[in-house]
Write a protein that binds this ligand. Sequence first.
Ligand code: ADP
Length: 455
Amino acid sequence: MIITALTLCFLNIYAANTSRDLVFRANESAVMDRIRVISASFSGLDSVTHESAEQILQVLGPRSYDRVVITDGAGVAVYDSMVGSNETGAQFLLSSVVQALEGSDVFYGRFRNGVVESYGCVPIMYYDVPIGAVYLMLSDSAQGALLQGLDETVFNLSVILELIVILLSVFSSGIYARKLRRILDSIRIVREGDYSHKIKLRSQDEMGHLATEFDALTDRLSISEQKRRQFVSDASHELKTPLASIKLLSDSILQNDMDGETMREFVEDIGNEADRLTRMSYKLLELTKLDSMTEEDREIVDIQKVCRKVLRMLRPQMEDRHIRLEDATIPGCTIVIAEDDLYQILFNLVENGIKYNNDGGLLRPSLEMNENHVIFRLEDGGVGIPAHAIGHVFERFYRVDKARSRMAGGSGLGLSIVHDMVVRNFGTVRVDNRPEGGACFTVVFPYRPAQEEEA
Ligand code: ADP
């Protein structure tokens, strides 16, 4: 607002000065022409005297000026038209007269007390030597009234404009304050836990953008809160089941008079449930760790090397199920990843490939690469995944066949860990069914040549 007021002030002054300049410039030629006529009338005379001046002005006819003063070469006024002036015979050394006596034409104008005054001074020359000067003053009150009117109009206009600016500022700051209050109220509501609250401020200004961003943020908060609740309820549900089994089994041992063999079976079941709990808590921990990864944890890793480590680790399970392993991996498929993540991804996939395979079934890990990508595939000859479940297997706690998964010691978390780890390492993962039966998991990572690290 201050800037607008200053701008208007400046425009006011500029407009006034410009209009004055225009008037003065229009007057200049008229005044100077008159003086030059008087000055030229002295040509041929070698000196300027009161008599010659009086004679010339008489010849030139009725006066068309307010005052004319004629000086000799020394700046002494030899003639002054102003009635009652006693300048005649005295030095008349105005700066314009001094400049004229040095040979220059001088003009200036001013606007004073509602009157436009024009002053001009021209030398009287004799063979290119100034021998005197003609000083003329002209005042014009009609032009003055015009300028005065113009000044007043510009002033009134700027006052009106400033008032409009002030009113608009007060009005718009009121609107802004109201929007700001609405945003602050919404922030408080969301801070108190109501993530579903929306500001819904439809406006195209910065406040509108802020409100839209805020609504998008609360949307995300609301989704992650929902996911968090879902996760907690799923996790507690999953943990409850083995705990309930342990309680049931131990109660049975305490209450029933059972033989040693049955009791051993019950205790073994308790042990299995406890193992399941351990595995589940380990996987839950893995999931919580997913967010805390830094760039330094990543390095260039050859997938084949890690895959072989996983296969070695799971060899006993494969042998138990007589799985036919066809290792079709190739060396040189290097990617940037945290090695522990890659190990976990491959471990979970291969473990599932064994768990959900048929006895004596095929397990075929393979690697392929092109200019930009490295593709890891794991095919198995197992039960495959029903079409309705394909879109869900990467969700937390999702299990196609609960009984089979439970029997195999599953928690429903393995593939969701795989998915999160692949995504956070800039890859993608998908699953398809093989036409000949069994599932095929495909993981794609960006390729990173090994030399880059050495370089
Ligand atoms: P789980 O611990 O139960 O194995 P996962 O998240 O690893 O949990 O897998 C989710 C579900 O996807 C499993 O319960 C299983 O039904 C299905 N699944 C995973 N891998 C395979 C596979 N190779 N073949 C068939 N079904 C599979």
